[in-house]
Design a protein around this ligand. Structure first.
Ligand SMILES: NC(=O)c1ccc[n+]([C@@H]2O[C@H](COP(=O)([O-])OP(=O)(O)OC[C@H]3O[C@@H](n4cnc5c(N)ncnc54)[C@H](OP(=O)(O)O)[C@@H]3O)[C@@H](O)[C@H]2O)c1
Length: 252
């Protein structure tokens, strides 16, 4: 079994959705998991589920678009749990609906960029120096199939931010590799999180299935399995990649 025994793993945006699934799987594989979000009730529910399995779990909150809050989170984790060995910079999302470029407000553009690219940048920037000092670390970032090509269903600010996260990740891999640190990026297609279950009408879910050679939509657990593979030493020679988790849909 893949082992993360004793390693401290921070999964940002794990109060729900994909992040919660990653944190749960990492805990099952022996990691000392730090869950994160802004919604304390949702965090408490995820924390209780993980703790009920006997695993160790620590909970932290921060708005990742504020560097001061990210730094305070790092200090709290290091004081209560220890230095982070595995960082999954998963937090993000698509906070504005798709629209023609000329109709996107400056505020909405900045919100898409900050929620995804700036939050990922500030998270990596904050945890990287400690990893470099310790000479080890595994970083996983979160892109999206939206970054692959223009798509009327994906807000361009979100897609552009995710494409930039892919490049940022490759840069981290190049800069930090000599310090014993790996950086990789996951790129999921539509994943049936609680949020998407609610938001995507059943009729659309059925039509989306047809665009996947593997005839189903993805689950948070599909993404978690890929995160576990990349986080663990089994992927010791893998760095700087963007891994599609898409049921083959990027081919079509
Ligand atoms: N679901 C999909 O189909 C899909 C596909 C491709 C890529 N992705 C990417 O995968 C990641 C997870 O997606 P998901 O669907 O699981 O999202 P989700 O269910 O909406 O959860 C998003 C998580 O990110 C946190 N978050 C968002 N903005 C934040 C901020 N400024 N500061 C701190 N925390 C913040 C949320 O915290 P709170 O709610 O506690 O505030 C929550 O824990 C995202 O990066 C998303 O873009 C998702």
């Amino acid at each position: 079994m893949t082992s993360l025994d004793g390693q401290v793993a921070l999964v940002t945006g794990s109060s729900r959705g994909i992040g919660a699934a990653i944190a749960t799987l990492f805990a099952q594989h022996g990691a000392r998991v730090v869950i994160h979000g802004r919604d304390v009730d949702a965090l408490a529910a995820v924390g209780a589920r993980i703790a009920s399995t006997g695993a160790e779990v620590f909970s932290t909150t921060a708005d990742l678009t504020e560097h001061g809050q990210v730094e305070a989170m790092r200090l709290a984790i290091e004081e209560h749990v220890g230095p982070v060995d595995i960082l999954v910079a998963n937090a993000g999302g698509s906070p504005v609906p798709p629209s023609p470029i000329e109709d996107i407000t400056e505020a909405d553009w900045r919100l898409s960029i900050d929620t995804n690219l700036t939050a990922t940048f500030l998270t990596v920037k904050t945890f990287l120096p400690g990893m470099k000092n310790r000479g080890r670390g595994s970083i996983i970032t979160m892109s999206s199939a939206a970054a692959r090509r223009p798509n009327a269903g994906s807000p361009v600010g979100y897609a552009a931010a995710k494409a930039a996260i892919e490049l940022l990740t490759k840069d981290v891999a190049a800069q930090a590799g000599p310090f014993g640190i790996r950086a990789n990026c996951l790129s999921p297609e539509t994943i049936m999180t609680e949020g998407n279950q609610r938001q995507i009408p059943e009729r659309i879910q059925l039509s989306l299935i047809d665009s996947h050679p593997i005839r189903r939509l993805g689950t948070p657990e599909d993404v978690a399995a890929a995160a576990l593979f990349l986080a663990a030493d089994t992927a010791a020679w893998i760095s700087g990649i963007v891994l599609d988790i898409a049921g083959g849909s990027v081919l079509v």
